[in-house]
Unconditional design. Sequence first.
Length: 371
Amino acid sequence: MNRYKISCPCHFGLESVLTFEAKKIGAENVTADNGRVTFEGDMSIVARANICLSTAERVLIQLAEFKALSFEDLFQGVRSIPFEEFIGKTEAFPVKGYSLNSQLRSIPDCQSVIKKAAVERMKEKYGVNWLDETGAVHQIQFGIMKDIVTVYLDTSGAGLHKRGYRRNSNLAPIKETLAAGIIDLAHVRENSFVCDPFCGSGTFLIESAYKALGIAPGINRKFSAEKWEISDSEIWAAERKRAVSLVRKDAQFRATGYDADDECVMLSNDNIKKAGVASRITAYQADIRNFDEVENAVVICNPPYGERMLEIKEAEELYKVMGRKFTKGKGNTYYIISPHENFEHFFGRPADKRRKLYNGMIKCQLFMYFK
């Protein structure tokens, strides 16, 4: 079976988490860069990565990397890529990408050149004068950074954060892949008790259950590469069967969440049910001011903040309440993501550890209290 270089973008700050995940699924030669983890594997690893990785944004097969200072360089570099090994004669191959700090600045022009080069290559290899592109989609992605061109094929299709359970969300949802990374940093295990006092759409609760129970986040969805002519359906079936076999049905995990907004609670419960983990999670309406600590809980939350749902002053008052309620002792740990630069001041004590993360385009810190 052919081996590929596979590249998975991720949230900045989660590279180490994704690196561990990639090694765990059997990927080889795993390396991390800013916002990306790269590794090697065959098509089974491509399928397994799509199904099992919880913090990857998508799974890309890297086709080529070369320097291009002119559009002719770009054309020739792309034309040398063996697209015919992946793309059938009738299959589609749209192009998208970006260019930063490079001689080739125009994205539309780069797209046009790459498309033309791929078309010319395919026409020659298939001995045809026209490609109708009516079949399955092979999304070609490119990145040009400091004149170095990297060309990929996207095997995922819709982003991997789309697990299928969150068809509805509140005004300020946290992305599933980011939530999964925070849960990993919080060391949620199969016997953990997790609490989210600002549960919103229920994402932290559901992703915690998936982590603790060993449920592969992509087990119930389809991926672009499954529709390709070269795809072996037996590989994907085998990887789904493998993922099912790893589910820990005997795990002791439990979680509870609440929110001051009853609509958020209804939304959480609906998503929890869709995710298939309703037997493990309870969500109800309550205010943070009524937070009642239990022993040995992992508290993970994304409290509202001024730029989003509350005025800044109201958010700061909320942080003060959290500081009084989230006390030391009883074996509890707290993981709070916030963009507020003075969060610790209002919370009332410095975090034991902090990690810089991005929630969408918003620069945040994960404040960790575990001592």
